[in-house]
Design a protein around this ligand. Sequence first.
Ligand SMILES: CC(C)(COP(=O)(O)OP(=O)(O)OC[C@H]1O[C@@H](n2cnc3c(N)ncnc32)[C@H](O)[C@@H]1OP(=O)(O)O)[C@@H](O)C(=O)NCCC(=O)NCCS
Length: 155
Amino acid sequence: MAEPTIRDATRFDHRAIRSLGPRLTEGAAPWRPAAGVSSAVSRLLEQSLGGHGEFRPIWVADLDGRVVGMATAVVREHFSGPADCYLAELVVDARYEGNGVGTALVAHAERWARERGLAALTLDIGAANLGGRDFYAQLGFLEEQVQLTKPLPPA
Ligand SMILES: CC(C)(COP(=O)(O)OP(=O)(O)OC[C@H]1O[C@@H](n2cnc3c(N)ncnc32)[C@H](O)[C@@H]1OP(=O)(O)O)[C@@H](O)C(=O)NCCC(=O)NCCS
C-alpha cells in the first residue's frame, strides 16, 4: 500500500470521519451498555469536530483522496505542571489496517507535540482493547495510570 498523507481535516472530511467513529467503541468493558458507549463516542466525536482549532487539531490519513484514518488531539495541562498532547480519538478504516496508517498518525501527532514543546503524548484506552494496547506499546507508550472498576449488578 502507498504511504498515506497525514493532513489537517477540513469540513469536507467530516462525513468520512463520522464513518470511522463506530470503531472507537472497540475495547469498551463488557459490563458497559453498548448503546450508551456508542452514543458517548458519537457525542465526543461531534465535540471534537465542533471544537476543531489550533490547539484541538484533527488529522486525517489521506490515501489518494480517500480518508483511511483519523486522529484528534487536545493540549491538556497535566497535574504535575507541563502540558501534554492528549490523543482523544485515533482510528483506522478496518480495510486499511496493518499498513502503518496508525503509526503515521501517531508520528504526526508526535511531531506536532514536539514542535509545541509539549511534554508527552497521552491517551486513554479500554483495557479490553488488546490490539490497540499492543499497537501503542509498539510505539513506545508506557502505562501510567490504571483505573479499577467493580461492576455492581442489580441485587
Ligand atoms: C489500533 C489501530 C489504530 C492500529 O492502526 P493500524 O494502522 O492498523 O496500525 P499499524 O499498521 O501502524 O500497526 C503498527 C504496529 O502496531 C501493532 N498492532 C497494530 N494493530 C494491532 C492489533 N490489532 N493487534 C496487535 N498488534 C497490533 C503491530 O505490532 C503493528 O506492527 P506490524 O504491522 O509490524 O505488525 C487500529 O487497529 C484501529 O483503528 N483500531 C480500532 C480503534 C482503536 O482501537 N483505536 C485506539 C484506541 S482509541
